[in-house]
Write a protein that binds this ligand. Sequence first.
Ligand code: WTA
Length: 618
Amino acid sequence: MIINPPQEIDNFFVKDYQKLYNAALDYPEYFWENIAKELYWFKPWRKVLDWQYPYARWFVGAETNIVYNALDRHLKTPTKNKTALIWEGQDGLVRTFTYFELNEAVSRFANALKSLGIRKGDRVAIYLPRVPEQIISMLACAKIGAIHTVIYSGFSIEAVKNRLIDEQAKIVITTNGYYFRDKLINTKNTIDEAVKEVQTVQNIIVVKRLNIETNMVAGRDLWFDEVCHKADNICSTEIMDSNDPLFILYTSGTTGKPKGIIHGHGGYMVGVYITLKWVFNLQPDDIYWCTADPGWITGHSYIVYSPLINGVTSFFYEGPPDFPDPGRWWSLIEKYKITKYYTTPTAIRSLMRYGDEIPNKYDLSSLKILGSVGEPINPEAWLWFYKIIGKEKCPVMDTWWQTETGMHIITPFPSTPLKPGSASKPFPGIIADIVDEKGQSVSPNTQGYLVIKNCWPAMFLDVYNNPQRYKELYWEKIPNVYFTGDSAKIDEEGYFWIIGRNDDVLKVSGYRFGSAELESALVAHPAVAEAAVIGKPDELKGESIKAFVILKIGVTPTDNLKKELREQMRKLIGPIATPDEIEFVNSLPKTRSGKIMRRVLKAQELGQPLGDTSTLES
Ligand code: WTA
């Protein structure tokens, strides 16, 4: 099935994808350099790309700061008085910021951080829900050259603690609590617990989101508003090398320890700037809404940095799609006249379940372009989104990318003839392919490993504190190409169809978990001897978590124990990691060297062929 582009093709930045793709393929450095020239640099580059396997460094020798391009630059233009951000809380509270006001708020907080001793290169952790201070804190760090790590506010003590220890954060920014649906989440208590074993944290800065009693430790804990109030509203933007780190974002891999993915200022800025502009055909009068959380890469690239660099007005909402009623998000599209709307397959599927009457009650005619990210979108959900939400006039941009890639890699443009369920083709300048384990391209419609065969500007710089892991995981599986960890197919017309992960990474509602990370939370329970976790196809969440547990000798398997184990996962990792199924077993399939073969478990569970079991312990 092909959905043809709307008539306005002349108004799109990308009118002829193939022509642009071919031109970029012939001269990729020239292609990226021309885009980089649209942005501000304190000092130009000596070299566009320096590729020394396995490290790529973009815009070598150049100096910039992503915040200069996101804020400072606009203050010299009429964008200064344009609305940068409209925020609405779950409780209906609304706050707006013009570019001028946002810059002022960022400058104040940047000065506050400086007065607390934060300097270029220091790590600052941000553990906040979707409130404006989350964005302000990220920008304030970047402005002064500090490295931010946003930790998703749904994570619990253990997950937070591990990240704080790995990055050696000096300051943590949190809130005194917030409501998620009707449940009070006390983020401050979580942080108080998490920092007990983290020596490096000197201060906790607390955003007062709720008027509730808050335990503030004298000398250590400070109110966000108070530190800002005392600070000056003018702060110069630090000059950064193009390859200086901007942020660390932890993401799950195949081991129990999340990886700190490092992105830098220059290349990342160029990549995120142009991808959103072209894929969502950004226009000055757009009201853009990306429903992600800045706790994940989508929020970093496409809520915070790219929309601001592009000077658009963004809407930012605190709450989930269906609270207090399943029309909540649609009502916001109507209220704010959202033109570009970027969300996830899980959100689309969950809202689809309520039927068409609910979205049909709202005026969604402001919408022009829709987007999806984070997991494969099934054609049924795609078509529902296209027909019921977009009224068959808004192209659906199914964007494939990763924390590591920083920016869209495989994506349609509004001018692309679309195939529901396919992320279309590589962004210009990128060579993506499907290969077998030897690195040979496979024939059309054959499943294989999705790899990227050249460099792109927003590629991550390294794995924090672990260059070995960077090399092994991404560059050595198939020598000299970037190994994405996904399986996919290409059809005879060159469209990419993403199948899912080919490693032990699960995608539950778009959230990324390593099996080993989930298993270690289970094994931490005194009754558990061994555990294995797999992802099972789930109509709503894409994948659901199933845990197989071997209990210690003498422990009785009971439903109560299952409940306890579920609780354990919530407590250690977060509610999003709660398993849907727990099964007590006596043994697990293992290799002769003792590694659990989750692939075999999954095949058994789904009634599929077991594949190569030659290494299976007999
Ligand atoms: C999956 C999210 C199919 C994929 C931006 C990838 C997708 C992982 C899509 C990265 C898509 C992301 N279609 N699958 N459009 N987008 N994925 O790091 O498995 O949270 O490897 O980044 O999400 O997840 P991450």
